[in-house]
Design a protein around this ligand. Sequence first.
Ligand code: B3K
Ligand code: ZN
Length: 891
Amino acid sequence: MSTTNMSPATSEPRPTYLSDYRPPAYRATHTELKFDLAPSSTRVTALLHLERHPDSSGERPLVLHGEKLSLQRIAIDGQELQEGEYRLDEETLTIEHAPDRLRLETEVDIDPASNTALQGLYVSNGMFCTQCEAEGFRRITFYPDRPDVMATFSTTLIGDQQQLPVLLSNGNPVERGELPNGKHFVTWEDPFPKPSYLFALVAGQLEKVEDRFTTMSGREVLLEIWVEPANIDKTEHAMRSLKAAMKWDEETYGREYDLDRFMIVAVDDFNMGAMENKGLNIFNSAAVLTHPHTATDAAFQRVEGVVAHEYFHNWSGNRVTCRDWFQLSLKEGFTVFRDQSFSADMNSAPVKRIEDVSFLRTAQFAEDAGPTAHPVRPDHYIEITNFYTLTIYEKGAEIVRMLRHLLGWETFRKGSDLYFERFDGQAVTIEDFVGCMAEVSGHDLDQFMRWYSQAGTPEIDAIGEYDYAKGEYRLTLRQRTPATPDQPDKQSLHIPVRVGLVGTKSGEDLTLTLENPEDQENLDKGGVLHLREEEQTFVFTGLNEAPIPSLLRGFSAPARLRFPYGRDDLAFLLKHDSDGFNRWDAGQRLAMLALEDLIAAHRNGVEKVMDPRVTEAFRGLLTTPTDDKAVLAEMLTLPSEAYIAEQQPVVDVDAIHAARTFVKQSLAGALRDEFLALYQANRSDAEYAPDAEQIAARSLKNVALSYLMSIEDDEGIALAGQQFEADHNMTDVRAALTLLVHSSRGDIADPALRAFGEKWAHDPLVMDQWFSLQVTRPQSDALDRVKYLMAHPAFSLKNPNRVRALIGAFVGQNRVNFHRLDGAGYELLADVVIELNKLNPEIAARIITPLTRWQRFDEERQALMKAQLERIRAEDLSPNVYEVVEKALAA
Ligand code: B3K
Ligand code: ZN
């Protein structure tokens, strides 16, 4: 049981409120740490240079955080404290009458080997590593563990020379040497003041690859990627990505790296993707290791994005950090925006936008519509770990993107420069960031700030009317944000709506002239209408042909936009819209209309009929030559079941699955030859490279194969078999194997699966894929397979990647089987959550998400899901799971 963990029957964990923020009574200026590393008992000696905060009155005591620490010694300025001179509870150490300036020494013992929560110091595959964000450092030593306390650190690591030959921490190594009993030590110094959440140490048997980067001012930086010896051949792409990111940040944001060395370490047990510790980024091995034979294109791209994200944090997060954890999106939203822009520049920009928006609309919109909805800057939380959400990250990035477009790149860049210069070395707020943007642009961003405080996805209802005689088009936009928990009433947001009017005769963008000069001025600056009121009408004049509006171009705001498009309008936009994103979106909308009909047909038990307009639109896509294969692959991809579900008032998983399968099979049947030709045209024996061109061709080929396999076309099956056997690269192997395993052709799939499992038994990241692709198969035996695989020797609830690969994939991507009407899927998830609650509360509170969305389903399923939530609530819960389950049941 964790220290803040109280059984709901006795007392409930208490929330922390933004409005209660006060600067700390004391701050640390310099911190000296010594670790004597041993798996079950590590001695941590800390010497903190503390001084009273200038804003703090003399009455406030010195309070340090500390959890699960066994205190051995405590002294102030060399004087041992006696019992009674300090107070210890499960979360804090309090010294009532401390001097204004002091040196506090503590010695504590901790137990990294039994730390399955993976916060603080823990052991992964025999390697010591840390995860301190947000509040893990307090599990290492007593400390003012809050981001507004920034100190320089000096860290000495002591370990067995054989077991722990490599000893790493933040900054630069300044001393090393041998010690008695086969031990050795290394001392590291980090000259940049940092909050404790950016502290890191790593110790183990590691090997490195190194490289160098010369910064724009001519300094040479040593780059090191540290991995277990078996993975030394999987670092090349991460290194290339790191150098590209360093260069990009110099060129794009004028940001240069500051230390002499930058290290990345790969660990197998990690709760998130990676962590931006100063000078020593620690990565989930899944977010750093790649090899053409073990990682898919998607994995290569993820590595590039995450390496860049963590590197970019060196400025947006580390040099300028958050005052408190309510400001989390200050660093995360901005840094996600930065990594999205980087990936767009490295690959296909339109595809990157399509992927990011699909993800946002599917997953973040669902969060915003569910019981855990919260503003991008929350005003209270019980467990901050629960707030590393899609809303903080992805919606936060959309807000920064809106600012970038409102201001234009050059002004936005000036605002960014001002922010980094003015607040360098400080812990600041979202107002400080937006304030810089307002200051450099002269824009009034007061209303815009509501994006940070108001939860929920705004809905925009648009209607348009063309007056032929006057040559006018009247576009009326009405906004509304639905109520969310704690926020019944919403105010109007400032929403930038990028528009175009596409002429129905010419197929070209018409010149936009607005009646109102102020609106026209805004429009001239980038085709944007500023919707600030609940309802606004924009009158476009001088039009000599009827237009079809193209709205929210490039997805200019994270909103749901409705417009009564006819199917012919959508087919027209799919052909003619000059905005690539909206061209794709028109195709998705067209498919959605057809899917909605088919969902209804399935529910009503009437025969399903395919809308020929969808087939013709696809035929058009398949037969029109294109130079953008990457976008074509996206256009040929139907909306996911999760996205379709998002659009339904009551989710009918079976009807959605049936309708989508029907559309896919109809298209495959009607366009078989075209898909086959597409497949053949995009085959290649060229040596694998994760470049945009090859990735596009592979996506296109594998999309074509998925259509052919949907009808279990003989030729398709043969091609999938050959593609698997050819073993050219993991992208192709995994695509082929997944299609085979998801088909009814067990005769081909089973031996392939077995061969794959045996071949890769030694590689955890490939085995994760082996687990996932089996449990996502739509056949009704999937749940049995999950249970069978949970008993597999390679499965462990202690490894978050494995949990995500098996349980996460099943509950998130196998909707028909997770939502089985006998409730067995829900029961299985609840069982897992109950076990994980004890082992790793952070992961438990995440994996439970699908159960919390019970209101979206029919009554029968609602009852089954709620029953499992109640069952979980009856357990002795971590604050993490407690907070999520309470919200879900209160909804
Ligand atoms: N900042 C880390 C978050 C880790 C927090 C885990 N509770 C990852 C990132 O956004 O870069
Ligand atoms: Zn981040």
